[in-house]
Design a protein around this ligand. Structure first.
Ligand code: TXA
Ligand code: MG
Length: 316
């Protein structure tokens, strides 16, 4: 593993590693991020695995320009105005996903909205610009541990499992981002942070809070999770007419109209990478339902099963 001083040669090396589906520790003005190419399902799956996230929480996509954000997110007047006034800076906007956007479905946890920010940190923006596309990045710590504000914290969390950490010094803000949801009529403050509610309200008018009972500190919990339009059942026996199978492993049951295999070799990273893309593909006519094979409850399998259970509950 290498902690690299942030100079042009090391930024170029890190960009090359990202384009080859690798992971990089990246400084931002808030905390260090564990970054990967947001268009690569494979890279995103290995990020969840290294971070040991117990379930797939959607990731924030980091951009180096407004134009880059507009390639995958739909900006209305409010969104463009807020971005112009607060970017680069610690404000994340949740926006509708553009149709056909080349973004990993796994990074979005299957949602049709996307969280996007432009970090106020030179090294981060240079790295993103060098990759030429958005980077998905949660904080660079193992799930459940403290957020890192120094390259040394990132190194302590991941050791030799993380090939490159760009050292950008101490993160100047160190507190959480503000997250505003602009996908509906009223702007919703999902997470209060460095950019105040008043600043946002002064720019675009009233900002409401999430519904009562919802935990504002964990916006992931508020999300309508991905649910297919057709029934999904966690059981692969007795195929029904028109039903498709989401398979796993070398010996899938026969008799289904269509089958997509998450991983023939029972590789959970590969299965996670394929999960949402395959669900979307099967959730279409002429299929009348989706049956799912059992995935082992270990490693990324825990997150895969969590999402499948939610999808099954939501599809009823
Ligand atoms: O400072 C930070 O917040 C760092 C740096 C690296 O950007 N990011 C970070 O991300 O720590 P994370 O994964 O802790 O928080 C991302 C939050 C989650 O609460 C997630 O639910 C929310 O953003 N989020 C992502 N996509 C969303 C979406 N489409 N709708 C609503 N919330 C979303
Ligand atoms: Mg975090």
């Amino acid at each position: 593993m290498a902690v690299l001083q942030s100079e042009p040669a090391s930024i170029a090396e890190a960009a090359g590693h990202l384009k080859a589906h690798g992971l990089v520790g990246m400084p931002t003005e808030t905390v260090y991020g564990l970054a990967c190419d947001a268009t690569s399902d494979r890279a995103v799956a290995s990020l969840y695995e290294l971070k040991e996230r117990p379930r797939f929480n959607p990731l924030i996509l980091h951009v180096s320009s407004l134009a880059m954000a507009e390639t995958f997110a739909v900006f209305d007047r409010r969104a463009r105005y807020l971005a112009q006034r607060n970017w680069p800076g610690p404000l994340t906007l949740v926006l509708p996903l553009k149709k056909g956007a080349a973004v990993s479905r796994l990074a979005l946890a299957g949602l049709d909205t996307v969280a996007v920010r432009m970090p106020d940190h030179d090294v981060a923006r240079k790295l993103i610009a060098a990759v030429g596309g958005p980077l998905a990045a949660p904080s660079a710590n193992k799930s459940g541990f403290l957020s890192p504000t120094l390259a040394a914290h990132v190194q302590a969390s991941f050791g030799p499992q993380l090939a490159i950490i760009l050292d950008g010094g101490a993160c100047p803000i160190g507190v959480e981002l503000t997250i505003v949801d602009l996908t509906g009529e009223e702007p919703i403050l999902l997470r209060p942070g460095a950019v105040s509610r008043e600043t946002i309200a002064a720019a675009i008018g009233m900002v409401v809070s999430p519904p009562v009972g919802a935990k504002p500190t964990a916006p992931g919990m508020l999300l309508a999770h991905y649910a297919p339009h057709i029934p999904l059942r966690l059981d692969d026996r007795d195929p029904k007419p028109g039903e498709a199978l989401l398979a796993f492993g070398a010996a899938p049951p026969q008799g289904f109209e269509t089958m997509l295999n998450l991983s023939e070799s029972e590789d959970l990273t590969e299965a996670a990478a394929n999960l949402f893309a395959y669900l979307h593909e099967l959730d279409q006519p002429p299929h009348t339902g989706i049956a799912v094979m059992r995935v082992p409850e270990k490693g990324l399998g825990v997150a895969i099963n969590d999402r499948l259970r939610r999808a099954a509950a939501g599809s009823r």
